[in-house]
Design a protein. Structure first.
Lengths: 101, 204
């Protein structure tokens, strides 16, 4: 049988792939946004697994709200990416250093 | 091995493989397509967990709207050349090391001794007349109706924010100045001129 820990470990692996993607992908901002989406999908899998195994629908409701917030985040994030491209002519991470971070 | 277990491992394999391919792909458009594949695999796993509504929502909202938006931006910005030239920096070993350590720690915590079948039993599958969307709707429209409306307001704010960010004001745009319109008096617009009419005798 598939246990709860199988789902939890699977989503931990996917979450860490997204995390490592943010670390190692220094090419452009769009890839970073996609890595964040991947991490959110892993977290949602956690929520749904707990919801199924404990017989409580609150986890699925929470996933619903997470999906809503993620959609809003993507819309605004891509808007900011378009603005950066318009102002700097590129969306590489290297050009977005005007805050001297 | 049961059929369900085989399904789980197939979907997990594709989820992990496409996530890795997304992270290590140089071309951003390929990354987006691999992310679509991993969302599909995640949705299939959610179907195994009897979360049918959320699985369909993931495909409709993410693959249908969000990823199409990503692909639009990728095509619009023409970043192929700059992305293909870019190299992975020296963060690669550190990033992989951190990820492996985090996976090891989480596997220790989340292993079968804590969350195995002995601790959390496998629930019985629902019968075929079970409706996931009815159960969710009963919760969503009673207990969580206030949060549901807040989510709607949040989406509205996101729309307005995205449009405000992107919209460029063109100086040639014709627009209405409401304050000026309201403050206008009739004497500013209409000038009454008295015209001396010609005499009736002259017409005859």
């Amino acid at each position: 049988m598939i246990t709860l820990s199988d789902y939890l470990i699977l989503s931990a692996i996917v979450f860490c792939i997204g995390l490592a993607g943010i670390f190692i992908n220094r090419t452009n901002i769009i890839t970073l946004l996609m890595c964040v989406e991947l991490m959110l999908a892993a977290v949602n899998t956690n929520f749904i697994a707990f919801s199924y195994f404990l017989g409580d629908y609150t986890g699925q409701i929470f996933v619903f709200f997470v999906l809503t917030v993620a959609a809003a985040e993507v819309a605004i994030g891509l808007g900011i990416v378009t603005l950066v491209y318009r102002n700097k002519g590129s969306i590489n991470i290297d050009v977005t250093n005007s805050l001297r971070g | 091995m049961e059929f369900e277990q085989i399904l789980f491992y197939v979907f997990s394999f594709w989820l992990i493989a496409s996530s890795l391919a997304m992270v290590f792909s140089r071309n951003t458009a390929f990354s987006a397509l691999f992310l679509i594949l991993s969302f599909f695999s995640a949705a299939s796993l959610w179907l195994l967990l009897e979360a049918e509504f959320l699985a369909i929502t993931l495909i409709l909202v993410y693959v249908g709207a969000v990823m199409v938006l990503f692909l639009f931006v990728i095509k619009m910005l023409d970043i192929e050349s700059s992305t293909l030239r870019a190299k992975f920096t020296g963060y690669l070993p550190v990033g992989i090391g951190v990820a492996i350590v985090v996976i090891a720690e989480m596997s220790l915590v989340l292993g079968s001794s804590q969350f195995g079948l002995g601790k959390v039993a496998n629930p019985i599958r629902h019968s075929s007349d079970y409706s996931n969307i009815t159960e969710l709707a009963m919760e969503l429209y009673t207990t969580y109706v206030y949060q549901f409306e807040l989510a709607a307001v949040l989406l509205l704010i996101a729309i307005i924010a995205a449009i405000t960010l992107i919209h460029r004001i063109d100086p040639r745009t014709k627009k209405q100045s409401i304050a000026e319109q309201v403050n206008t008096k009739a004497s500013d617009r209409v000038r009454l001129v008295s015209i001396s009419s010609p005499n009736k005798e002259d017409k005859k």
